[in-house]
Design a protein around this ligand. Structure first.
Ligand SMILES: [Zn+2]
Length: 263
């Protein structure tokens, strides 16, 4: 695990600026975002997608000093709605920050990336589609990953709006044979980045954190929850002018993970 305080970074207000303009993030969601941007015939103009953002954490109030990385045994497979990777509020990016084996694919109703099919068929992985039980046949539903010798859990997360996710679940035949992991979150979502999200719908980072905990990596689950909380605080500090407390418990825990690479 590393935390990366940077020389010259002034913390404590909403005007943190990233001192390093070079993009070094090269995880699956960053690559999918770059691919999706290159395919656009016009610029993406969603609210809050304007200039002045750090290219690595996508925030105006840069949070890179708190961005963790760690070794995690499970994998995450994000299947993303059309413009999801472009949204500055997308939290699949945070999952990829924390879980090295994160894969990301764009979803289309009429086509599927062969690399996604190859990943789902790879014997080193035991894939689970994470989705509410009420939408699946009962015999497919599990409530926790089942340990399988030689295979690591691969959580397939449908990353988009709720209506997009339902469509992906219904209209992706390559998912039909997979077990469905149904979560029973004890806490309501703390996702405050999009007004349309209801309290009982967890965002992608929250779902991934719950999966990490179910797979037995409670420490990684806490790191992801903290990183999501820090990201949200920095985002809202700029978006809604809320005070930014960089001494919060989540900030402190991420800094307290130490400076060693790869922990
Ligand atoms: Zn940043």
């Amino acid at each position: 695990m590393r935390a990366r305080p940077r020389a010259g970074l002034q913390c404590g207000d909403a005007n943190l600026s990233c001192p390093d303009p070079e993009v070094t993030v090269n995880h699956a969601v960053a690559r999918l975002r770059a691919t999706r941007l290159a395919a656009s015939s016009k610029p993406y103009l969603a609210r809050g997608a304007g200039p002045g953002r750090c290219p690595e954490c996508r925030l105006v109030a840069c949070a890179c000093a708190w961005r963790p990385s760690r070794t995690v045994d499970v994998g995450m497979c994000l299947i993303m709605g059309d413009i999801e990777a472009l949204k500055p509020t997308n939290t699949g990016w945070l999952v990829a920050d924390v879980v090295p084996d994160t894969f990301a694919f764009g979803w289309a109703r009429t086509a599927v990336d062969p690399a996604l099919l190859a990943l789902l068929a790879d014997p080193q992985w035991q894939p689970y589609v994470v989705f509410p039980a009420e939408f699946a046949q009962p015999q497919r539903v599990v409530t926790a990953p089942v340990p399988t010798p030689g295979r690591r859990p691969l959580f397939v997360l449908l990353d988009g709006t709720w209506s997009e996710a339902r469509k992906m679940f219904r209209k992706s035949p390559y998912l039909d044979a997979l077990p469905v992991l149904s979560l029973h979150p004890e806490q309501a979502s703390t996702y405050r980045l999009r007004r349309s999200v209801h309290g009982h719908h967890l965002c992608t980072a929250e779902v991934a954190a719950a999966c990490l905990a179910l797979a037995g990596d409670v420490a990684a689950a806490q790191v992801l929850a903290d990183w999501f909380e820090v990201f949200s605080a920095h985002y809202l500090a700029t978006r809604r002018g809320l005070p930014l407390d960089t001494g919060s418990a989540a900030h402190q825990r991420l800094l307290g993970l130490g400076g060693a690479e790869g922990r």
